[in-house]
Ligand binder design. Structure first.
Ligand code: HEM
Length: 220
């Protein structure tokens, strides 16, 4: 696997996991300080900081190797995506100095000041981490606007049959239809196309049409 493939196929999921873990750790650290457990609060906040730092490094690596990725959805989903992305990006820039100042105050034991600024830092950090996961899901797991219907549906099969390329089979009445998928490279199936005689007898053969058979089935 090349570095670019890793950046394209693995880093987006890794980044989303790091963001999700950060969000959970920050939330757990907040629960800990509500229960007056400073030691646990400190450990969980430092672990969250580690995750967010790893995310930042991985995100910058992915951006430098692959560049930005566009959302493939359309309509209202695109508007929602852009609003989430914009707020995520603005607050991601804001949260870095906020976290650093909050941390420095805690490490210098200036806890009243720490507490005052932390009340902004914590919700902003949570928002940025959670929306990071939402942006990932919308970017990489949202159905494409031009996505063909799945092969299992009637519309999907009709679309495949529509674009079928048929091949004569020497010595047979049937032709073989190679089904290609609109918008997707590669063959997804094959059908035998047989001109059939009408039911109830009669000599005129039914006009040729595509009669689906399972790929693994025998030619009729
Ligand atoms: C950037 C990371 C941190 C964030 C976002 C953060 C967040 C917070 C928040 C929101 C509170 C107030 C909780 C409440 O009143 O409901 C708090 C309190 C506190 N934090 Fe942190 N914290 C961080 C790092 C640390 C670290 C490293 C320590 C190290 C000891 C620490 C020690 C404390 C203490 C002692 C309090 C209680 C202060 C008081 O009640 O006067 N925090 N923190």
């Amino acid at each position: 696997m090349t570095a670019e493939q890793v950046a394209r196929e693995i880093l987006p999921t890794l980044n989303a996991c790091l963001n999700g873990t950060s969000a959970l750790l920050v939330f757990a650290a907040w629960i800990a300080i509500r229960r007056k457990s400073t030691r646990v609060h400190r450990a969980l906040m430092l672990a969250a900081l580690g995750c967010s730092t790893a995310f930042l490094a991985s995100y910058l690596t992915r951006m430098s190797l692959v560049g930005s990725v566009s959302f493939t959805g359309a309509g209202a989903a695109k508007v929602v995506y852009l609003v989430i992305l914009f707020s995520h990006m603005v607050l991601a820039a804001v949260v870095v100095p906020l976290v650093l100042v909050t941390l420095v105050q805690a490490l210098r034991s200036r806890f009243p000041q720490h507490r005052r600024i932390a009340r902004f830092t914590l919700p902003v950090w949570l928002y940025v981490s959670v929306t990071g996961v939402v942006v990932y899901l919308m970017l990489y797991h949202w159905p494409r606007a031009d996505e063909p219907a799945p092969a299992s549906t009637r519309a999907g099969r009709d679309a495949a049959v529509e674009s079928a390329e048929t091949t004569e089979i020497p010595g047979k009445r049937s032709t073989l239809a190679a089904l290609t998928w609109p918008g997707r490279p590669g063959m997804v199936g094959a059908l035998f196309v047989t001109p059939r005689a009408p039911r109830g007898g009669g000599s005129a053969a039914r006009p040729p049409g595509i009669h689906p058979f399972p790929v693994e089935g025998r030619e009729p």
